[in-house]
Design a protein around this ligand. Structure first.
Ligand SMILES: Cc1cc2nc3c(=O)[nH]c(=O)nc-3n(C[C@H](O)[C@H](O)[C@H](O)COP(=O)(O)O)c2cc1C
Length: 199
């Protein structure tokens, strides 16, 4: 049993993903459900919607992203990103993070505040799910292939899984067994990052 801080340290961006896990699809889904249920949201608005994809659904989602993004991304970016798309098909699945725009508009906030709450609601869920996956020894990364909205990326995904028109996709999190650990990462000075005052 690890402490919370150990879990926070354990969570990394893992790109080489496989399908080797002791957890069933139901166990993973149940854990995601439990965690998303407890995530805080502005005014308890609960605007975030999460979709978990496995197997064929995961493959067809990443095929769709690949098809859209090959007309959007170019050069080095395409070289780098297309590997993530094809690699995600070797994973166990993907968690898609949406905001339900209809619910977002019901929050007693407009303009930049509404946008901030929407992004923060979703980010809270993203991080909570990322930690929950890490706790199950599953690696994951956070992706933003939302670019391509105009090319029908978001619309195509909603059609694929019969999701409400009001859903706006904010992020994708492919997950699976850790086939290659993350490298060491640099940290800025802790005193710059966190300041403390007591008078
Ligand atoms: C808001 C945010 C956006 C990110 N977007 C991407 C992304 O689009 N693609 C990607 O591969 N990683 C993305 N990441 C992962 C970061 O690059 C990664 O968390 C960071 O380099 C620290 O590494 P670690 O996750 O291993 O601790 C994102 C992370 C955050 C918090």
């Amino acid at each position: 049993m690890s402490t919370f801080v150990e879990l926070v340290e354990k969570r990394r961006s893992i790109y080489a993903l496989g399908t080797d896990s002791q957890y069933s699809k139901k166990e993973i889904t149940d854990r995601v459900r439990e965690v998303v249920k407890q995530v805080p949201s502005a005014f308890n608005s609960q605007t975030t919607r999460v979709v978990v994809l496995f197997d064929e659904a995961n493959n067809k989602f990443w095929d769709h992203i690949y098809d859209v993004q090959k007309n959007v991304l170019e050069g080095e970016l395409w070289e780098m990103m297309s590997g993530i798309m094809t690699g995600s098909k070797n994973a166990i699945g993907t968690v898609l993070f949406f905001e339900d725009k209809e619910e977002v508009e019901k929050m007693p906030a407009q303009g930049v505040r509404e946008e901030a709450y929407k992004q923060n609601n979703n980010a809270n869920a993203q991080y909570a799910v990322w930690l929950a996956l890490a706790e199950m020894d599953l690696g994951a990364s956070l992706q933003h292939f939302n670019v391509g909205y105009e090319q029908g990326f978001d619309k195509g995904t909603k059609e694929m899984f019969n999701l409400p028109e009001t859903y706006e996709m904010l992020a994708q999190m492919p997950f699976g067994s850790v086939e290659q650990e993350a490298g060491a990462k640099e940290h800025i000075d802790a005193d710059v990052q966190v300041k403390v005052f007591d008078k």
